[in-house]
Design a protein around this ligand. Structure first.
Ligand SMILES: C=C(N)C(=O)O
Length: 125
């Protein structure tokens, strides 16, 4: 049975999706963009600050669902500009120091709200 995960410590959805859905010990977190949940706005400007906000949002959803970064098995990183790959990795890598999850990274034409980065996450117990 699926369980919808919702926390005020991560941004509300900006479209018709849930922050995360848990089913059978698997947690599927929607792509997180760098919205500050306190204000509902994108305040971070550069890729480092935007990635930090995205990772904080992922952390809040993992925590709400009773998971942690060590439970993450797969990420998908979407970038508006592949020139940001290195800087995104520097922040991302702080959260996954050992045995990092499987991952794909893409540059896409554009991201919602004109942000530079969006990261999807799947975790398992
Ligand atoms: C930001 C998103 N995850 C979306 O629009 O689907």
């Amino acid at each position: 049975m699926k369980k919808i995960i919702n926390t005020e410590n991560a941004p509300a959805a900006i479209g018709p999706y849930s922050q995360a859905v848990e089913v059978n010990g698997m947690l599927y977190i929607s792509g997180q963009v760098p919205i500050n949940p306190s204000t509902g706005k994108v305040e971070a400007e550069d890729i480092t600050a935007q990635t930090e906000q995205v990772m904080r949002n992922i952390d809040a959803i993992l925590t709400q669902a009773g998971y942690s970064f060590s439970d993450v098995i797969k990420s998908t990183c979407l970038l508006a500009d592949m020139d940001d790959f290195k800087a995104m990795n520097e922040v991302y890598g702080r959260y996954y120091k050992e045995n990092p999850p499987a991952r794909a990274a893409f540059a896409v034409k554009a991201l919602p709200l004109g942000v530079k980065v969006e990261i999807e996450t799947i975790a398992a117990k």
